[in-house]
Design a protein around this ligand. Sequence first.
Ligand code: PLP
Length: 519
Amino acid sequence: MTDPLWDRDMADAALRRVYEAARPYLDSLADRPVYDPDTAALLAELSGGPGVSPRPSDGGLPEHGDGADAVTERLLRIGTAAATHSAGPRFFHFVIGGVTPAALAADWTAALLDQNAAFRASSPLAAELERIALRWLRQLFGLPEVYGATLVPSATFANFTSLAVATHWWAEQHDVDVAADGLAALPRMPVLSGGYVHASARKALQMLGHGRDTVEVYAADRVGRADLPAIERRLAELSGPAVLIGNAGEVNAGDFDRIAVLADLAERYGAWLHVDGAFGLFAAVSPRTAGLVEGIDRADSIAGDAHKWLNVPYESGFAFLREPTRLPATFGMPGTAYLPGPGSPLGSGPGAARPGSARSVQPPLPDGPVDYALYGPESSRRARAMPIWATLAAYGRDGHRLMVERQLDLAQRLARLVDEAPDLERLAEVPLCIVCFRAAPRHVPADELDELNRRLGAALLDDGRVYVGTTVYDGRVALRPAIVNWRTTEADIDLLVDVVRELVARLAPAPPSAGASAR
Ligand SMILES: *Cc1c(COP(=O)(O)O)cnc(C)c1O
């Protein structure tokens, strides 16, 4: 039997299948439901079902494979049907985003070339693409030149990366090299934030050994707006350095902490300011919304997601650091003979020699591609810079500004339609791309609205024409559609409102005497 790995025709047929499936799939996104629950049965075929060769009845690993062509046919048949079509225009659940055509083609190229973006030695191409992509992102957001950055898988990792560097900085103030010696000799690191702090920042603190409950939350109200005077009082009361987390774009209504005020506080009290701007950082892309992130150019670290509002594939987060040489100090792997170390672009290597004091002067950043494995939590990593580079090269600053502004307009359109609908009630301002509202038909008593909206959220996901999730905002169950996909049109927004109202009418039919208000 010939080795199927070496069957060129079969490999060719498999690739051709992907190419030929792409166009009809992408064309179908405009009209198909976000999810079709009837396709769930197809998932059984992933581990069993009809195949070319007999397979174990328990769904275990096939003894003999089916070959690349048959397997690709199966994956595409099941995948194009059973996927959540979140690449399409009506997935408003979470903050997801789609994929621009240039980014999609570049992502295929990234798989084709299979680069390891760990070191210059493993891929000068990937290192250079990452350096350029990060520079362009910095310019897209209008951040000063001092900022350096690294690509990471997600905003969770960007928060992790930033808070790891913050930890290193904070330990340095206590004369401890936390990268070498860990946290044991240190007190608890004070972390302060308003109520908008994202669960992933807590998760980052949990992973870093600080504990997710370390965060001291100072909220002025139930919505979570930061209580700035309380934060200032606490900073004044603390004797040592602290870490302040600002939130640029919270997930319920897209609101922002006042970053400039937090930056003032950080400067006055010598705190580290980290800003979680997973999607909110994109406010900087349009002059219409840039004021929302005023002061972000004074943050010590900034977390963002390209797989959200840049519309590139997963996994594409990034962390910006005001002092980027702190990245290799935090994430370097000194003393490994086969990795870059002494003689690396960072002089003696990132922390290669144990510094005499943790306060040692950081070497300057090299003016060229760096060994990104030493700049973040991963070692081997895919060339995730390719789609970022490609979409920025293909559409430029203008193209991405127009995309963001179109979605800002769509969010305002949605807000207007909600305001005009007698059975819907908007719960928050719409500063950016999220519209927080709930169903509130006049005949439904106020104390039954949470239950109605919970059922509405479930009904929307069952229905599948549009995808919207629920949250609790200001103590009330609400919907929170987020609009960040380049494919979304006015018709999609109108359909969202139509479907919501249709389901509300079904879940809470108006009584015959609907004219009389029950509350
Ligand atoms: C989405 C989001 C995150 C987490 O991003 P992932 O890419 O899912 O890890 C963190 N913070 C905010 C504000 C977000 O919106």
